[in-house]
Design a protein around this ligand. Structure first.
Ligand SMILES: *[C@@H]1O[C@H](CO)[C@@H](O)[C@H](O)[C@H]1NC(C)=O
Ligand SMILES: *[C@@H]1O[C@H](CO)[C@@H](O)[C@H](O)[C@H]1NC(C)=O
Length: 375
């Protein structure tokens, strides 16, 4: 009894400590001139090429950077701009950067929109020192050509520099991604609740989503020791993402957010949890569709310890879900819970889609035998 009370007190303390730590400096939303609507002076443009290092208000550039107006042609393609009327394009080895004031020690996620122009394997190198990751942008998940990407970091200082660099996979200088709409959000590290051993089981805490974009936000694969925008969920893959969805634009099984597994078996959504070897556990989750036209036979496969379950869901593409469960016995003091979509699915417009996962819970189903004997 006393032990329980002390446990609860410690738990509450932990909650308050983290709430206090996460006070914000920069408000959530677009970065200053994050949508590039404040234009360079005409004298600092040579055609579309930006000539001055500080020509784009609030940003610093290096290398071949173009200032692109909506409706301008990129080769044969006519690309609309997702936010306002302007975007930038990074040529080979070019970069843009911005200084941001924030709260030291807090975690942030950055969301931005990108469209690739020619190469199949275009990449972006996103850095807030000392963290840096290469985000794959070769797979396009929208018919507009634009996807939103998220990336997270821990602020080691109260002023950091966000750098986005095109490492230049394509040799053609006229190739390179278009970028627009940079936003930031302070992430509140999710807490464990009494009824769920998994944190952020409902995916309510995640990257910034734009109110006016209907295509969700990709959460790219990262190294396991990097902070995930969906923490403590991680996306493990060599190049494939999952998609973070909001209820404003999608059917979401519970709450305001969910995850769509858009990359078949090529990417896994995982979370590690502390377990006791030999004890039985029950994993439950919703599997459904986002109401975004992803029709057909969808299936979510879940794994934990030596157990696995495949939950099939027949989708009309109009929203809906079913519940799946997996009983397993832990074989180690840490268990990795894994979700994958068993197949690639394709919408009528040719873009990739997949089943939605949401409302995931893990509970220990039985007190250990020794403890029961004592009671
Ligand atoms: C990514 O950019 C950072 C900072 O500009 C740099 O230190 C790092 O080497 C780059 N990584 C790659 C693979 O280009
Ligand atoms: C978990 O197991 C590993 C390897 O068996 C061991 O090194 C580690 O100390 C254990 N951790 C806990 C918390 O028991």
């Amino acid at each position: 009894m006393e032990r329980h009370a002390r446990g609860a007190a410690l738990f509450l303390l932990a909650c308050f400590a983290s709430a206090a730590r996460a006070a914000t400096a920069i408000p959530d939303g677009l970065l200053p001139n994050g949508n590039f609507e404040e234009a360079p002076a005409r004298s600092q443009l040579d055609g579309t090429r930006v000539t001055g290092r500080y020509a784009i208000p609030r940003w610093e550039i290096s290398g071949f950077v173009e200032y692109i107006g909506s409706g301008q042609k990129q080769g044969d393609m006519l690309l609309p701009v997702p936010e306002g009327a302007y975007a930038v394009r990074l040529g080979k080895e070019a970069s843009i950067q911005q200084r941001i004031a924030l709260t030291r020690g807090a975690h942030y996620s950055v969301t931005f929109s990108a469209a690739r122009t020619c190469a199949q394997a275009e990449q972006l190198n996103v850095t807030v020192a000392p963290e840096s990751d290469i985000l794959p942008i070769q797979t396009v998940y929208t018919s507009s050509g634009w996807d939103s990407y998220s990336w997270a970091f821990k602020a080691r200082r109260s002023a950091v520099t966000l750098i986005v660099h095109n490492p230049g996979v394509a040799d053609d200088a006229a190739c390179g991604p278009l970028l627009d709409a940079f936003a930031i959000k302070t992430l509140q590290p999710p807490q464990r609740t009494k009824s769920n051993m998994l944190k952020n089981g409902d995916f309510e805490e995640g990257p910034y989503t734009f109110l006016d974009t209907a295509w969700g936000v990709l959460v790219p694969p990262l190294d396991e020791d990097d902070y995930s925008p969906l923490s403590p969920w991680m996306v493990l893959s060599s190049t494939k993402s999952v998609k973070y969805l909001d209820a404003a634009h999608h059917a979401v099984p519970r709450g305001a957010r969910a995850v769509e597994l858009v990359s078949g078996v090529e990417s896994a959504l995982v979370q590690d949890v502390v377990t006791v070897p030999g004890r039985p556990y029950r994993l439950e989750f919703s599997a459904g569709d986002a109401g975004d036209g992803c029709a057909g036979s969808l299936a979510v496969q879940a794994y934990a310890a030596r157990g696995s379950v495949k939950v099939a869901y027949q989708s009309q593409g109009k929203g809906g879900h079913t519940r799946g469960a997996l009983e397993f016995t832990a074989i180690a003091n840490r268990t990795r819970v894994v979700f994958v979509s068993t197949a690639y699915n394709v919408k009528a417009d040719g873009t990739l889609c997949g089943p939605v996962v949401d409302d995931v819970s893990l509970v220990c189903t039985r007190e250990p035998a020794a403890r029961r004997l004592l009671l």
